[in-house]
Design a protein around this ligand. Structure first.
Ligand SMILES: [Mg+2]
Length: 238
């Protein structure tokens, strides 16, 4: 009888504990949900202030300085790889173009960090973008050390001529590849297009030592030994 009572007591205790655990889980989920809702419900920063800060970030020199710091790390890494010479094929680096090799900042400012697709395109088609100086330094280092430089851009194939001319004018001469978004990739996210293109390059015998871009979509999906993310608070490319 005593044994039976003890067994019942233990069972009840276990059931209570399971109930408590369930309740605890529910309250944690509720709390997380509440926190997420609060984060969304809070009034976002005023757009005029955001734009003011975007200009300040550029004009103070902080933007180019942040870029230079990342490029410095990329350079140091590349120097190390060159010194070790441990390539798995033809050594290469992959670079993005907009806000990585070339700066569109004057255009972004002229459009007040907005503009329609057609307006953005019209500025891009002027082909007057300046080089980002530290990226050009990295480009030249790679060229001097016989490392192939391949640009993978989300620009469309019809922009080839103007882009090529712009790159040359900005000082990027003697690159090994310039790949544009075309065919099935025109409608796929940039991240998929870029990762699959790097995969194809590796299949062609390249060892991509590093990949550099200003968007996460430039770098996601692997097929590079190292990735370097440059700052870009001005726009987002999925
Ligand atoms: Mg870019």
């Amino acid at each position: 009888m005593m044994k039976h009572l003890l067994k019942n007591h233990l069972l009840l205790h276990q059931q209570n504990q399971q109930k408590n655990n369930r309740l605890r889980k529910i309250s944690v989920s509720f709390l997380l949900l509440l926190m997420a809702n609060l984060a969304i419900a809070r009034e976002p920063e005023n757009l005029a202030i955001v734009k003011h800060n975007l200009v300040k970030y550029h004009d103070s020199g902080a933007y180019m300085n942040d870029i230079a710091n990342v490029i410095q790390k990329a350079l140091r890494y590349l120097e190390l790889r060159v010194k070790r010479g441990d390539f798995q094929g033809k050594p290469a680096i992959v670079m993005d173009i907009d806000e990585t090799a070339l700066s569109n900042y004057p255009d972004l400012l002229a459009l007040n960090f907005g503009g329609t697709k057609a307006e953005v395109q019209r500025y891009e088609d002027m082909g007057h973008d300046d080089a980002i100086p530290s990226t050009l330094k990295l480009f030249r280092f790679a060229r001097e050390h016989h490392i192939a430089v391949i640009f993978i851009t989300a620009r469309f194939a019809e922009e080839r001529k103007i882009t090529e001319e712009n790159l040359h004018k900005a000082g990027y001469t003697g690159f090994d590849g310039l790949i544009f978004r075309d065919g099935k990739y025109r409608t796929l996210p940039a991240a998929i297009y870029k990762a699959e293109t790097r995969k194809q390059l590796e299949q062609q015998g390249y060892d991509i030592l590093l990949n550099i871009g200003d968007q996460k979509s430039d770098l996601q999906g692997g097929y590079a030994d190292e990735s370097f993310k440059l700052p870009n608070p001005y726009y987002f490319t999925p």
